[in-house]
Ligand binder design. Structure first.
Ligand code: C5P
Length: 237
């Protein structure tokens, strides 16, 4: 799959989302969108269907993390939506990730891509060690979680762009690195910790960058989207 920018639609309603998307009405190429918990819990699966009908590709970012049986059954429900990527937390164990993959696979053998969150990009090494009692460096923890995801048969992981080369080294070049934690060189980091720019994310090896506030809160969201694509995947322009 080609590199692309995924816009995180972290909005609380369909109205707000469609208002935001009006900035992209004139584009033949529809932006790849991420629907997260906020929008999905507010509007439900119909939001996904509507956005797919408008021609958007969708990363459904619900970060499932529960017992394997519950995750398998939930993924079976989500497999009925025509999404392109969805995810789980790698912390749910290899068994849980295998169950997710089973549930997601449709009777005809097709399925959306499935990736696992390693450590959230808002988590620092210090907090991971002190609060989560993970007795390893953040790089070791991420490489280990990525290897677990690969062993379970997943397509890749969600990690910081700074960790993309580490993930590729641990799991091979085809294993996807989907990376939030993107900020322009001249912008604030907000609550994100392990961050870098779109250009640097490309150099390190991200396959998809997930960009929220740098686009959604920009004075000109369309210009910010183009700036991201120009830095990260100029071949799509
Ligand atoms: O606004 P910002 O660019 O920080 O948005 C990043 C998006 O990526 C948010 O929707 C957040 O939930 C998501 N995300 C993340 N770190 C992860 C996984 C998902 O920031 N490890």
């Amino acid at each position: 799959m080609n590199k692309d920018v995924i816009i995180a639609c972290d909005f609380g309603s369909a109205e707000e989302t469609f208002g935001f998307l009006s900035h992209f009405d004139g584009d033949a190429v529809k932006p790849f969108l991420k629907i997260g918990m906020e929008l999905y819990y507010a509007e439900g699966p119909d939001m996904v269907r509507q956005l797919k009908r408008r021609g958007h590709r969708i990363f459904l970012d619900l970060k499932l993390h529960d017992i394997p049986n519950t995750v398998r059954r939930t993924m079976r429900v989500l497999s009925g939506l025509d999404i392109d990527i969805c995810n789980v937390h790698a912390a749910g164990t290899i068994d849980m990730m295998r169950a997710a993959l089973e549930g997601l696979t449709r009777p005809d053998g097709t399925r959306p891509l499935l990736v696992a969150v390693t450590q959230l990009t808002s988590t620092s090494e210090e907090r991971m060690q002190r609060e989560l009692l993970v007795d390893a460096s953040i790089d070791e923890a991420i490489a280990h979680y990525a290897r677990n995801a690969r062993e379970a048969g997943l397509d890749g992981v969600v990690c910081s762009p700074l960790e993309a080369s580490l993930v590729k080294a641990a799991c091979g070049p085809e294993f996807l690195a989907v990376t939030p934690g993107i900020r322009f060189a001249d912008a604030a980091s907000d609550d994100q910790v392990r961050i870098t720019t779109p250009a640097r994310a490309r150099e390190i090896g991200s396959d998809f960058i997930v960009v929220g506030r740098p686009i959604t809160a920009a004075a000109d969201p369309h210009a910010a989207w183009l700036r991201c694509r120009n830095e990260f995947c100029p071949e799509t322009l």
